[in-house]
Design a protein. Sequence first.
Length: 248
Amino acid sequence: MQADVRQVADGAYLVHGNHTNWVILKDGDAVTLVDTGYPGDRQPLLDSLAAVGSAPEAITAVLITHAHNDHLGSAEYLRSTYGTPVYLHKAEVPHARREFLQQVSVGAVLRNVWRPGVVPWLVHVLRVGGTEQHPVGAPESFPGDGALDLPGRPVPVHTPGHTDGHTVYHLPHLGIVISGDALVSGHPTARLRGPQLLPVMFDHDRARTVASLELIAQLEGDTLLPGHGPVHHGPVREAAEQARTRAG
């Protein structure tokens, strides 16, 4: 497949891969990559870098929202091949090393196969390597507090629930929130469109996921770049409130 690259602001691009998104933040020749898609997204990932006039050698760092297979897919490839540091929240570092796995189980998926969209989604996941494990050999926690000294100057915000170390990235100067799976705008297994949480089977701790919406609501911005679904324009606060209402 060919990656769908959408410029959403000066130097900021949302890329739609195989049912999952990643973000490219470009400053001159340097790039920050937020998430990396499925293992099967590697070529589309490399193609998306070329589409914005960049290359894997130009990636200053990979930031991971959370260490699920559809976001971590090529992180270790970039680290081991190009020496690119891979940063996550400290609670997510052992998850990226696969010391444990906070991801929907096969059993949970099978119990939900009656839901619309689940079977086609599962077939797709198998096709793009979604059950493969590609642990990061040397993941690192964020090198400091506040804005990171990387292209885009992203500010990590810990939003636990989907996983213990899930993190969204705030770009205050652009009014952008990169929300990973803490707040999405669509998913193949969801009937809703627009701001929402993922179906409950995907969350490690649903109560904390819902509570983290309050943290997201406090972030100033009018552009939401989710881990799944299209870009959402409008106050991030209202998007978080809508997702909370829909969660019940």
